[in-house]
Design a protein around this ligand. Structure first.
Ligand code: SF4
Length: 135
């Protein structure tokens, strides 16, 4: 029997979870304690069986008032795919204008997940919103 301690990050309560497994973990063999709600058990199972993360990074922008924009995966990707996702985005350059939510990459690194912009970048010749200039 192996016990692993982890913190549930799904809400501000941050429950400390004791996760017990014996042998190869399966949904039926894992025992979770310390969770105040059922989501904690789901979180612990996913962390053990299929850990996923949302990746945030930047990509280059051509012809914009800024040279790069921040982006994130539209959904969490398998943790073992993070390096491949980062590598795929390393050489990515997109054209301005960029709006928040614009799709920057589709099915990035074969994960089935898209990458979207999280910062607007107007075209260099477009009138600039003063609020954007001060960021
Ligand atoms: S187990 Fe439930 S209450 Fe506790 S941190 Fe996770 S989501 Fe919040």
């Amino acid at each position: 029997m192996t016990t692993r301690r982890m913190a549930c990050i799904l809400c501000p309560s941050g429950c400390e979870l004791d996760v017990r497994t014996s042998g190869e973990p399966t949904a039926d063999s894992v025992v979770v304690e310390g969770n105040l709600c059922p989501r904690g058990e789901e979180y612990a199972l996913e962390e053990l069986l299929n850990p996923r993360r949302t990746l945030t990074t930047t990509v280059l922008v051509r012809g914009g008032v800024g040279t790069q924009t921040s982006v994130k995966t539209a959904a969490p990707v398998p943790r073992e795919s993070l390096a491949a996702v980062r590598a795929a985005l390393l050489g990515t350059t997109i054209d301005a204008p960029v709006a928040i939510g614009d799709r920057v990459a589709e099915d990035v690194a074969g994960t089935g997940v898209d990458v979207v912009a999280t910062r607007a970048i107007p075209r260099r010749s477009d009138p600039v919103d003063v609020r954007l200039r001060n960021r």
